[in-house]
Design a protein around this ligand. Sequence first.
Ligand SMILES: [Zn+2]
Ligand SMILES: [Zn+2]
Length: 277
Amino acid sequence: MKVKLHGTRGSYPLSSDFGKTYGGNTPCVEVIGGSRRLILDAGTGILGIDFDLGHPSNRIDIFLTHLHMDHIQGLAFFKPLFNPSNEIHLWGPQDSTSSLQNRLNQYLSPPLFPIPLRDIPSKLHIHELANTTMDLGDFVLTSEFISHPGPTLGYRIQHGSKTVCYLPDHEPIIGRSRLYPEDEWISGFDLAHEVDLLIHDAQYNKKEYKSKPGWGHSSIDLAARFCDRTKARRLVLFHHDPAHSDKQIKKMFEKLIRKTDYDFPIELAVQGQEIEI
Ligand SMILES: [Zn+2]
Ligand SMILES: [Zn+2]
């Protein structure tokens, strides 16, 4: 299974040199296994994917974790959406108050966008997800609601014997520095348990997180502690704060490595990075 990081930045995109090393595009990750590929989130990173290159069919599956702008803002400018021969399957979290179509339509309609969702030329299929596991042919995908403001899903994807877990916006425990002793009380635990690769929110440093409990994001320390607890085998720190320069992100990371002694590899997500697992 191959995992490509097309967008690693949280909250809003950056175009300046300030975030050049780790990337300025908002979340989008591509998972390739066998003849299929899945797209996770549609931040501005999705605009960097060339779908004409080696794509065996006209079907594209996009799994949205939630509808915060940084995870859907690339959608309106995603070229395959405007090609009538494409079949686009858009998956996202169920919400008891409104359908996924209505919620997406709030962005993909005037005055925010000139074309309403119903006039998008491709064959668009919208699917709502809750806590579920499904067989997608080359992949088995599990979705589960996780702790983040508004309905938000985390994903676990299996291809053969390999697994990846994607939790880009996630606060496994709110307002405490230590995780609960009971695994079942920790948000996202089952999704991440013993995966080969965990892509996890690491927006804040320890001090910043103290003033932002309940904002739905993790400190770099909390992300590492969560990885350790779930026995995930490799950690990629994701959703970099756009207020942090490359230098600050590197400093946060070096401090974590210096002060801890985890027995799994930890790295910072870099836009354009390809990970083979
Ligand atoms: Zn986000
Ligand atoms: Zn969010």
